[in-house]
Design a protein around this ligand. Structure first.
Ligand code: PAF
Length: 285
C-alpha cells in the first residue's frame, strides 16, 4: 500500500495507474475504521483495478465542535487494517491540504434533501460533506465511489452532488454491516460504555419492529411507539421517521406500494447514533 499526503502526489500516482488502463475504486473515510469500512474496500477490490482510500476527519461537516474534538482517531491501526484489506493507495491529507487559506466555499444546491432528518438536526452538515467529497473526487477521479447504506441520506446527498458537479463517477451503495447482535457498525460505537453499547440495540429493535408491524394506512402510531420506546430506554431522540425510500419525503399514510425506509437518530448520553432499515423496495407491489 502506498501512503500519500498531498493532492499533487496523489494525482501523479493515479495518472500512472490510469495510463496503464486500471480502473479506480474509492472509499472515503474519516478513519477509526471498522469492518463496515473494510467491506467497502472488499467491494472495490471485486472490480480488480486500484482501490484508493482516504482518511480525513473533515472539520466542515461537524456542526457540533465537541463531536469533532471527540471523534476517535486510530490512525496507526487504520493503516495496518487497510494494508491487510488490500487497499492500493491511502490518502491521508493534512487539514491545510484540503482547506488551504482563502479556500472558496461553494454552495451546493441540494434542495429538499438537505432540509429534513440529518439536514434539519445537523445544519450545515451536508454542505460540509459535499465540500470535502467534491474535493476528494476532484483529487482521485475514481470510476466508482463506494459508500455504506448506514448513512442513507448522505448517499442520496452525495449522489446529487455528483450530478451537480458533473463528476464522472458511479456511486455504489453497499449494505450496512452489523455486529452479530444487530448493532450497525459505526466509528462512534467506540465511544459507548459497556452499558450503553447494550442499550444501543434498541435502535435496530425499533426499526425491525416498524418493519414487522408495517401495514397500509396511517403510519403515525408506528412512528410514535418507536420514538417513545427510545425515550423510555434512555435515549434523547432527534427523529424516528418512515419515509419514501427514493425521495425521503416523510410518509404518513402508506398505500401498501410506495417503497419505504425507516430511519432513526438518537443520542445515548453524548453519543449520537443513526441507523435505517429499508422496509420495502416497492418492487413486489
Ligand atoms: O461517511 C463519512 O465517513 C464521511 O461523511 C465522508 C463520506 C468520509 C466525508 O467526510
Amino acid at each position: 500500500m502506498i501512503l500519500v499526503k498531498t493532492i499533487e502526489e496523489l494525482g501523479k500516482l493515479l495518472k500512472n495507474y490510469r495510463s496503464a488502463g486500471e480502473s479506480i475504486g474509492f472509499v472515503p473515510t474519516m478513519g477509526a475504521l471498522h469492518p463496515g469500512h473494510i467491506s467497502l474496500v472488499s467491494e472495490s477490490r471485486k472490480n480488480e483495478g486500484v482501490t484508493v482510500c482516504s482518511i480525513f476527519v473533515n472539520p466542515t461537516q461537524f456542526n457540533n465542535p465537541a463531536d469533532f474534538d471527540k471523534y476517535p482517531v486510530t490512525i496507526e491501526k487504520d493503516i495496518n487494517v487497510l494494508e491487510q484489506a488490500g487497499c492500493t493507495v491511502l490518502f491521508v491529507p493534512a487539514t491545510a491540504e484540503m482547506y488551504p487559506a482563502n479556500d472558496p466555499v461553494l454552495h451546493y444546491d441540494l434542495g429538499f434533501i438537505e432540509t429534513i432528518l440529518e439536514g434539519k438536526y445537523r445544519p450545515g452538515h451536508f454542505q460540509g460533506v459535499c465540500r470535502i467529497v467534491d474535493k476528494l473526487l476532484n483529487a482521485v477521479k475514481p470510476d466508482t465511489l463506494f459508500l455504506g447504506r448506514k448513512d442513507y441520506q448522505q448517499c442520496m446527498v452525495i449522489h446529487k452532488m455528483i450530478g451537480l458537479q458533473a463528476h464522472q463517477t458511479q456511486l455504489q451503495v453497499c449494505d450496512t454491516v452489523r455486529e452479530a447482535d444487530g448493532l450497525a457498525m459505526s466509528s462512534r460505537n467506540m465511544r459507548l460504555n459497556k452499558e450503553d453499547r447494550q442499550t444501543a440495540l434498541h435502535i435496530i429493535k425499533i426499526l425491525r419492529s416498524i418493519q414487522s408491524n408495517l401495514k397500509p394506512g396511517d403510519l403515525s402510531p408506528l412512528k410514535k411507539v418507536a420514538f417513545q420506546h427510545l425515550e423510555e430506554n434512555g435515549f434523547k431522540s432527534d427523529y424516528v421517521e418512515i419515509a419514501d425510500a427514493v425521495t425521503l419525503e416523510p410518509v404518513t399514510t402508506w398505500d401498501g406500494k410506495q417503497p419505504l425506509v425507516a430511519l432513526a437518530a438518537a443520542f445515548l448520553n453524548e453519543v449520537r447514533l443513526i441507523d435505517n432499515l429499508v422496509l420495502t423496495t416497492g418492487q413486489n407491489a
